[in-house]
Design a protein around this ligand. Structure first.
Ligand code: CU
Length: 333
């Protein structure tokens, strides 16, 4: 099957019995003859939302399955992602984490040291000079204020950067619905409806008898992916046609609510070397099948994207040209 560059990683993860299913699901990929292009350096497919999976794996490791644990430790943390912004979000997160660690070490260190070396049984007498001591009160107010301001400045700078939607090369309208996503490439006639993959959908059914552990990317796979180019600024115009949803792909550093009647904006630039597949989910409790509307973004080279878009446009044109004929045929019968 023809694949976009950077797809080898995903293909490796699929078992033999899933390939037929994937072939059905992945009609988008078949439209593009991009196999001749080189494979991406690092295909994504780091689900990034594997926090729960990571925690579960650690539990399994504790029970004795140690070999699987080593690679899962990294999945507990926030992913670094594949965009400039997501990398900065990760750096900010780690800075805040280490500030918390330092505060914890100092506070608990002083507490434990005091409990051990200044306990009553050792004859320690409370030092009442610290009570209502102005100097001490100024110090323990000023230090937290300085820490908070020191953290707020880079956080505010990053927020401004995250919300900068100017100079985008491509706009995509994202419509959330119960339960899936519609992507419309602005300025073209291309529109993609993206829903849970057939393999996941079959496995999730009550008494399906299918072992979900054998379903590749269970509940994180779709029939039609959102295809985007790497290295170009993409603006998402996010809304919903029914209830509130939320479009979240951690590797892209994007999480934005889809609200009926409102259009929210988000943007990202995937690093040019990071072609691959990135997964996400709806993160707003939107109804019965909230857990079954994942997001899959396929990042390809700009040349591969233009070729895909051209083929999709041609296919859409052909389909719309055929539609009136089939409609009139249906009426006459
Ligand atoms: Cu939803």
């Amino acid at each position: 099957m023809n694949k976009f560059p950077g797809e080898s990683h995903d293909a490796r993860r699929r078992g033999p019995r899933d390939r037929g299913d994937e072939a059905r699901e992945d009609s988008e990929a078949r439209l593009c003859d991009c196999a001749a292009q080189g494979l991406g350096k690092r295909p994504g497919n780091r689900a990034g939302l594997g926090k729960l999976a990571g925690i579960a794996s650690i539990g399994a490791a504790a029970a004795g399955a140690l070999p699987a644990a080593a690679s899962d430790w990294g999945r507990i943390n926030l992913p670094r992602g594949v965009t400039n912004v997501s990398t900065r979000i990760y750096a900010l997160h780690m800075m805040a984490f280490w500030v918390c660690v330092c505060i914890g070490v100092v506070v608990f260190g002083v507490m434990i040291w005091s409990l051990i070396f200044h306990r009553k049984s050792r004859g320690a007498v409370p030092d009442v000079t610290l009570l209502h001591n102005t100097k001490v009160e100024v110090v323990w107010t000023a230090i937290p204020v300085l820490i908070l301001v020191g953290m707020a400045i880079p956080a505010a700078r990053l927020l401004v950067r995250i919300n900068n939607d100017t100079n985008s090369r491509l706009s995509i309208r994202v419509n959330g619905f119960q339960w899936g996503w519609q992507y419309k490439y602005v300025g073209t006639n291309v529109s993609v409806i993206s829903k849970l993959s057939m393999s996941s959908d079959a496995a999730r059914m009550l008494d399906s008898g299918i072992d979900v552990d054998r379903v590749p990317d269970y509940l994180l796979n779709v029939d039609h992916q959102l295809v985007v180019p790497v290295g170009e600024k993409i603006r998402l115009l996010i809304t919903s046609v029914d209830v509130v949803h939320s479009w979240w792909v951690p590797d892209l550093g994007v999480k934005k609510d889809a609200i009926p009647g409102f259009i929210n904006q988000a943007s990202f630039i995937i690093n040019p070397s990071k072609t691959g597949v990135y997964r996400g989910q709806c993160t707003e409790l939107c109804g019965r099948d909230h857990a079954f509307m994942p997001i899959v973004v396929r990042a390809v080279t700009p040349a591969a994207f233009r070729a895909w878009l051209k083929r999709k446009e041609a296919a859409e044109k052909e389909a719309s040209a055929r539609a009136p004929a089939s409609t009139s045929a249906a009426v006459s019968t």
